[in-house]
Design a protein around this ligand. Structure first.
Ligand SMILES: [Zn+2]
Ligand SMILES: [Zn+2]
Length: 165
């Protein structure tokens, strides 16, 4: 796993938008809040922080709407000049990660997986997501885009949207 993440930093900036082949065999994780067990994310990827490779976290391209809330103030990270905002679990209010509002230049230049939503590994309980046809672990290479992903509109999230209308 570590080898894969190291190789990521050598990718050219042109590959930022598309999912690089090396990410395609990474498993997709459902992420649960460790404080209240609510589902925070259905498209998690295990990642490392580019600015500090000792930090392990989970990233996603898009969290389901209503699962997390952005905390008001944005600030600069300790590791680099990215502007970030903390994200909190919508149910229990604990800080579970952060959203990169404005990536800094070095971070944009070094290849990232195109994910700007991060979850601290200590705040989430990962569960490998299964393919719904077989019982094999779903990989990023076979994951539908966030708009076509029916898990993004699961009953839990739907209920949340309903009651907020
Ligand atoms: Zn929670
Ligand atoms: Zn940065």
């Amino acid at each position: 796993m570590t080898d894969l993440n190291v190789s990521v930093s050598r990718l050219s900036p042109h590959q930022e938008c598309a999912l690089h082949p090396s990410f395609k065999w990474k498993p997709v994780y459902n992420l649960e809040c460790v404080f209240c067990q609510s589902t925070l994310c259905v498209r998690g990827m295990k990642a490392i922080l580019l600015a500090d490779t000792r930090v392990e976290l989970y990233s996603t391209d898009l969290p389901p709407s209503g699962a997390t809330v952005l905390v008001e103030e944005d600030y600069e990270t300790r590791h680099c000049e990215c502007r970030i905002k903390d994200i909190a679990c919508a149910l229990c209010g604990n800080i579970v990660g952060y959203h990169v509002m404005l990536p800094c230049h070095p971070c944009l230049k070094s290849c990232n997986n195109g994910h700007f939503w991060m979850f601290h590994s200590a705040c989430v309980q990962p569960h490998e997501r299964l393919d719904h046809n077989s019982n094999s672990i779903l990989l990023w290479g076979s994951l539908p885009t966030s708009t076509q992903d029916d898990q993004m509109h699961s009953s839990d999230n739907l209920q949340w949207t309903e009651c907020c209308r």
